[in-house]
Write a protein that binds this ligand. Structure first.
Ligand code: FEO
Length: 402
């Protein structure tokens, strides 16, 4: 039986949840699942906005058939060709062979690459408008949000922005389609941040370019390809403000994120002592063992915090492997504009700080504090002065609460 939600009188959600997927894109854990959103417009013409992942094909096709209510499908808009949204496109076109694919040039080439088939396509360009009856859509290219072919569209009739991957959130919908049906900013923002920073975080300038295109539009609703639909003005502007911060690499809050790796607990102890010292000074702290917490969560936390402390043992005359991986992830995601402090441990030739500094050298506008803290095996009473100097130098960079 179908499982759909009505968005407006003539717009339906016909997507599906996937709670069996272990790793999104093969790399990001999704313990609360993920939704693949697809939308069906029932105007003089029938228009489907994107398809879904293969995992939910059966539900999706049933939803589309029910939504159409016996009508034919005239168009399917492919905003994004990545297979989590397009894997069922060919199956859909087999079922509705008269449907025309609306896409851009790049998308058409990718359809041919992925499926070895040339669709019956109507190619749209930047700013082009198409009318389906009452509803007129305008198309805007949004390259690298998240692939080069991505486009978004705006329905001027009811102010709906079909935003492709932008404004998506990890997590199954569990029946709640709209962000106002849940405590989005309390309970789901962290998964929206983890989704954004890991999927699109590298492409801040391209996201800024897309936000500038959207700024003049009278948006009343945002309908992304994953997660909740936004229909409240306050929520829409608050979420856009988050995207503005994330894509300009602006910290969301004054906070020290401490990420540490520890083999026998001594580096962890140094990190814990620092956390206590910072808390005593009224400074917010977020803390992760990089060997335990998935990198995607730490990347997201790093995009939130103003200050980052990395603490790691020296290992194979380099930096401990899980910390090395995390730092490469952060550099790959273009993280910038942070204050950074480094703690290294080493029993005979400590050099982890040097290697951490080297990996972070490719990040722009990092203020890496000059004096690293070096732990020789374990902190002892003789290290008190060095620890104090390290901690106070870090505290001195944290703005006082207003
Ligand atoms: Fe949800 Fe870039 O695909």
């Amino acid at each position: 039986m179908h499982c759909i939600r009505k968005i407006t009188e003539d717009l339906l959600w016909v997507g599906a949840d996937d709670r069996r997927l272990a790793m999104f894109e093969g790399v990001y854990s999704v313990p609360r699942g993920v939704s693949y959103n697809s939308y069906l417009l029932l105007d003089e013409k029938t228009v489907l906005m994107d398809t879904v992942d293969r995992a939910v094909e059966k539900t999706f096709l049933e939803n589309v058939a029910y939504g159409l209510g016996g009508r034919n499908l005239d168009y399917v808009i492919v905003h994004h060709m990545e297979p989590d949204h397009s894997a069922t496109l060919i199956r859909l076109l087999e079922k509705y062979p008269e449907a025309t694919v609306i896409c851009n040039d790049k998308t058409k080439k990718m359809i041919e690459q992925f499926f070895g088939k040339t669709p019956n396509a109507l190619i749209v360009k930047e700013g082009e408008k198409l009318s389906f009856g009452k509803h007129e859509f305008t198309f805007y290219m949004a390259p690298m949000v998240h692939w080069p072919e991505v486009m978004i569209s705006f329905d001027s009739e009811n102010g709906v922005l079909f935003s492709a991957d932008a404004f998506g959130t990890f997590g199954a919908l569990n029946g709640a389609l709209f962000s106002d049906e849940v405590d989005f900013f309390g309970e789901h923002l962290a998964e929206a941040r983890r989704y954004y920073t890991n999927i699109v975080g590298k492409y801040g300038p391209q996201v800024q370019a897309a936000l500038k295109k959207l700024a003049p539009l009278p948006i009343k609703m945002i309908a992304p390809l994953h997660g909740f639909v936004f229909r409240e003005a306050d929520a829409i502007s608050a979420f856009i403000a988050k995207y503005d911060a994330w894509s300009t690499y602006t910290p969301e809050r004054t906070e020290v994120m401490i990420a540490y790796a520890s083999i026998y607990g001594n580096t962890e102890n140094a990190a814990n002592i620092l956390a206590c010292r910072l808390r005593e000074r009224g400074i917010a702290v977020d803390m992760f063992d990089v060997s335990v917490t998935p990198a995607s969560e730490i990347v997201a936390a790093a995009f939130r915090a103003s200050h980052l402390v990395f603490a790691a043992p020296t290992y194979n005359n380099g930096v401990f492997v899980t910390m090395e991986q995390l730092l490469h992830e952060l550099a790959a995601h273009n993280l910038q504009k942070r204050t950074v402090a480094l703690i290294e441990n080493g029993s005979w030739a400590p050099s982890a700080a040097k290697w951490m500094r080297e990996i972070l050298a490719s990040c722009k506008e990092l203020n890496i504090l000059e004096n690293d803290l070096t732990v020789k095996s374990a902190l002892g009473a003789s290290d008190a002065d060095a620890f104090d100097a390290f901690a106070e130098a870090l505290v001195a960079t944290v703005p006082e609460k207003a």
